[in-house]
Design a protein around this ligand. Sequence first.
Ligand SMILES: Cc1cc2nc3c(=O)[nH]c(=O)nc-3n(C[C@H](O)[C@H](O)[C@H](O)COP(=O)(O)O)c2cc1C
Ligand code: SF4
Length: 453
Amino acid sequence: MSGATDPAYAWPLRTPHPGHETYLFDRIGIEGMADLETARAHGAYETFERVLEEMEPSEVTAAVKDSGLRGRGGAGFPCGLKWTFMPPLDDPRPRFLAVNADESEPGTCKDRVLIRRHPHLLLEGILCASYAMGITAAHIFIRGEYVEEARVLQRAIDEAYAAGWIGADIRGKGFGVDIHLTRGAGAYICGEETALMEATEGKRGHPRPKPPFPAAVGLWGKPTTVNNVETLCNVPAILAKGVAWYRRIGTQASPGNVLAGISGHVARPGVYEVPLGITMRRLIEDEAFGGGVRNGKGLKAFIPGGSSSGFLPPSELDVPLTHDDLKEKGTMLGTASVIVLDEDASIVRATRIIADFYHDESCGQCSQCREGTGWLARILARIERGAGRPEDLDILLEACANMKGKTICVLSDAAAWPVELALRHFRGEFEEAIDRARTVVGVAAGSGEGSAS
Ligand SMILES: Cc1cc2nc3c(=O)[nH]c(=O)nc-3n(C[C@H](O)[C@H](O)[C@H](O)COP(=O)(O)O)c2cc1C
Ligand code: SF4
């Protein structure tokens, strides 16, 4: 369904560029893939069945580790390595898999497509992971606004239970796991892995201090692995086609394909399956992907990996989409969600909007985050409305420095990064906004407002 518009989505779904080998979106265009019968006709659960018959749990973990698969939820942690942090399989305690379907990072909507169009791929990934780690129950936590996705996924779970793919003693092989679905209630912070566990347990979604890490003390105090939806959807392909095949896609340190969402001022917004290592330029400009800045305008800036990754200037367009290359540029791959701003966009305004978001979503437990996000939002709003002061930029940077590495979770850091990056690359635009304010009668700096009001 190349380029076809799914009526359920505001964005068109796009099949990948011809020539790219795909394994995440390869079947999403098939009508009825959310139904078990159709999914089975197109290979669903075949890999899991073969895994049950032919592989030891440790071999599954070893394959995922050797594949180099890195988490697609934002942090890029090596998936197989994370699985090895779970206690040995003869540990008698129950153990859980927490599946992160909260997907609330602005610009990010790729897990939604997988869940909506191919839920049995996610369930198969969960089953393979559960077998590898001896998981007794998997708990999927899905973003509250994903009403239709939750319905589709629950239906897929029910069908898979009825057909004996989920539950006790699956296919008579002595392995069993339950899969439960919990719906969120609209808080971004519930995507942070420890807040996700709190919320799954029915509590307020407040992050927990780490250590202890989830593999030691997770859901209901038991060993738990947290994985993103897309991460788990990579697993069946790795097990079916092999580690060598997987490592041929992408780069040495960032193997595999990634679902890149492109939004903002581009001609062809959408979610695309692309190999890691593709340049931002290709992703944004190629006719097969973003198709360039819309209406023939110039590019002002782009966000490479969701709102917390901040703005890069056009001079960085040739950076490859990998964890390490983007880190070198002072940003991150994050959720590979690219947001494009055209030449008419205001970086000051865009940065203020992002700061507002983090201020709204801070859970308030840590003063650096609770107060810091408020300072950023208020100072940026002041600059945007034409009442900025010359000292504001230094105050912003000082506030950012005080927000990083000091809090229970990294929302605080994630709020500081885009402000710092905007000031590194677009400081002139902020200075201009402040200078303009100083020349306007009545809104000159020092107009008597409080320091961060
Ligand atoms: C504030 C915040 C929000 C997050 N939101 C999500 C999310 O919506 N989905 C997700 O998979 N990971 C999210 N993460 C990352 C998770 O904490 C965790 O690293 C991830 O689910 C692990 O899965 P992975 O290793 O498969 O990527 C968030 C992290 C933070 C700090
Ligand atoms: S850093 Fe912010 S969101 Fe995270 S726990 Fe502290 S206050 Fe809450």
